[in-house]
Design a protein around this ligand. Structure first.
Ligand code: IPD
Length: 266
């Protein structure tokens, strides 16, 4: 199936799923469970939205695999896997902060960020009505508008996004990294939705973004959007971006940020 058709499926599914999650938010949110820590919650809407996405994708592409935040992995036979975060920014969603996303990517190869090739991805912010899409080598778009990263800026003039783990010990280390970086940059933003942070690099709302400890579904679609908008998206020490570390920025800034962060992270 051509990448454009995979993207159309991702987009239609993300819009339908976003409408469901948005409707459920207005009806009131119920925490269904806790995951890695007491502040890492899953809502009934997360589960319902993922189930909807899973069934829409399975109807259209029954041979593909699926990797979702809430329901786990299911292998397919086509060589393609859908990597899905039904509600990225769950804590924002829980608190009614209108900055959360549905993220759907389709990747080729094992569903492992170190080796996969992302073919198409869609990230939506249903409350803001923003939709970001990208296909491999086909560019990144918001609606009809092609996305481009910000003009080159020095580190001192750069607005940098990041995020924090749900684990308090990891968070203490992440806070120490931010404390070291803060005097070197224009400012730091922690918006609470990793996929939208990466899309913000694609639109130039952020100059750069980094985070340790993301999960594949947090970055699968949005890393493709950032890359196709002209960002370099890397891991540490020349490794591909992965759950361990992801850094996205225009290439000129990336090398400077990478140098600073490699001294601080890990
Ligand atoms: C979280 C958000 C957050 C990031 C965390 C993620 P979730 O995803 O993307 O911005 O800092 O690392 O776990 O749990 O809301 O899907």
């Amino acid at each position: 199936m051509p990448h454009d058709e995979l993207l159309r499926l991702a987009l239609n599914t993300a819009v339908t799923a976003g409408a469901l999650a948005h409707r459920r938010r207005t009806e009131g949110v119920e925490v269904a469970d806790h995951k890695s820590s007491p502040v890492d919650v899953v809502t009934l809407a997360d589960r319902e939205t993922e189930n909807l996405i899973r069934s829409l994708l399975a109807d259209a592409r029954p041979d593909d695999g699926f990797l979702g935040e809430e329901g786990g992995a299911e292998a397919g036979s086509s060589g393609l896997t859908w990597v899905v975060d039904p509600i990225d920014g769950t804590v924002n969603y829980l608190y009614g902060i209108p900055h959360w996303a549905v993220s759907i990517a389709v990747v080729e190869g094992d569903p492992d960020p170190l080796t996969w090739r992302a073919l198409a991805g869609c990230v939506t912010n249903p409350v803001a009505g923003e939709i970001y899409t990208a296909t491999d080598a086909g560019g990144a778009f918001s609606g009809n508008q092609q996305l481009r990263v910000a003009e080159p800026a020095s580190l001192a003039q750069s607005l940098i996004g990041t995020g924090f783990s749900y684990d308090s010990q990891t968070r203490a280390k992440q806070g120490a990294v931010v404390a070291e970086l803060l005097p070197l940059v224009r400012d730091i933003r922690r918006f609470g939705t990793a996929s939208l942070d990466l899309c913000a690099v694609a639109t130039g709302r952020l100059n750069g973004y980094f985070e340790t400890g993301l999960k594949p579904w947090d970055h699968a679609a949005a890393a493709l959007v950032a890359r196709e908008a002209g960002a370099a998206v890397v891991g540490l020490g020349g490794a591909p971006a992965s759950d361990a570390f992801i850094l996205a920025a225009p290439p000129e800034l990336l090398s400077v940020l990478e140098r600073e962060l490699s001294k601080l992270v890990m």
